[in-house]
Design a protein around this ligand. Structure first.
Ligand code: NAP
Length: 279
């Protein structure tokens, strides 16, 4: 009998999850259905009991990543630290929550050979920047947020939260125009360059030439202006589709202990980008 999985969110029309997860089930030879469930927040508790408990597992996107937690039987330590769950496995009546964004980020960097050492700069201080910040600091590497002048309060709030969560984290912030000097790894966690504004780039060409490695969280387009220019400069550069796909891969590890060939995942990234462009 087919196993049953889904992604839940609200609204959820444009999700890439079915495309990516169906391929991952096929690659590991698991007979599974993967659906899309639009769950209004007011119905989350009812649908948790009537629908979600009967699935083998599911992914969670906005706005349910925090709201689902009180219903689950357990969450792993990383999901607890982030206060966020994007993957649930139901095993023998026990529901367990995980967050796979952090490992998706680390795997994407690892496979792109982008190091987390030397001078690391994260552009932006929103949702994805928060995940990246914790993961860099958990590796014992200091870094700087580079932000817009109007986001100072937001950066200070995030840094204060990090200071309360981690032991002696070395994190500071500057504004993007203040950026100067050599950077070993630059990470874009802003939406600058995302479709349809594909002609924008978060930092100057001059500063980009001083960045040895560049990772852009944006996956639409597959290669942002930042990534194209970084590659032209001879820098090592990778776009965000790999992070999106790797965080899905990590969900399959939690569901079925599935493991994958890196070449198959690379091909899936390219096919997912084609799928995204065809929509
Ligand atoms: P978010 O929470 O809105 O954070 C975006 C950050 O960038 C905020 O600090 C925002 O400041 C800042 N920002 C926005 N416009 C800016 C500008 N013109 N100049 C400088 N800073 C600016 O968004 P998010 O969820 O972190 O997502 C950020 C990007 O990452 C999006 O493109 C998203 O698609 C991508 N993403 C990719 C993955 C993946 O798996 N590859 C996962 C998650 C997100 P304000 O709050 O003041 O606007």
């Amino acid at each position: 009998m087919s196993k049953k999985y889904a992604v839940i969110g609200h609204p959820i029309g444009h999700t890439m999850s079915p495309f990516i997860h169906k391929r991952l089930f096929e690659l590991y030879g698991i007979d599974a259905e993967y659906g899309v469930l639009d769950i209004n927040p007011v119905n989350l508790e009812r649908d948790y009991n009537e629908i979600l408990k009967s699935l083998d597992g599911y992914n969670i996107t906005i706005p349910h990543k925090q709201a689902i937690i009180p219903f689950l039987d357990g969450i792993d330590s990383k999901a607890k630290m982030y206060g966020s769950v994007n993957t649930v496995s139901n095993n023998d009546g026990f529901s367990k929550g995980y967050t796979t964004d952090p490992d998706g980020f680390l795997k994407a960097l690892e496979y792109a050979k982008i190091p987390i050492d030397g001078r690391v700069v994260i552009l932006g201080c929103g949702g994805v920047a928060r995940t990246m910040a914790y993961e860099v600091l958990l590796k014992g590497v200091p870094f700087e947020f580079a932000i817009r002048a109007e986001d100072k309060e937001m950066a200070e709030k995030l840094i204060s939260e990090i200071n309360q969560t981690l032991d002696n984290p070395k994190v500071s912030y500057i504004t993007i125009p203040e950026l100067s000097g050599d950077i070993n790894t630059l990470i874009n966690a802003t939406p600058i360059g995302m479709s349809p504004n594909t002609d924008s780039q978060p930092i100057s060409d001059i500063q980009l030439k001083k960045c040895a490695n560049v990772f852009d969280a944006i996956y639409n387009p597959l290669e942002t202006k930042l990534i194209k220019n970084a590659k032209k400069n001879g820098s090592n550069a990778e776009g965000g589709m790999s992070m999106l796909v790797w965080q899905a891969v990590v969900s399959h590890y939690h569901w079925d202990k599935s493991t994958y060939d890196a070449g198959d995942i690379e091909k899936l990234c390219i096919d997912a980008a084609k799928e995204l462009m065809s929509r």
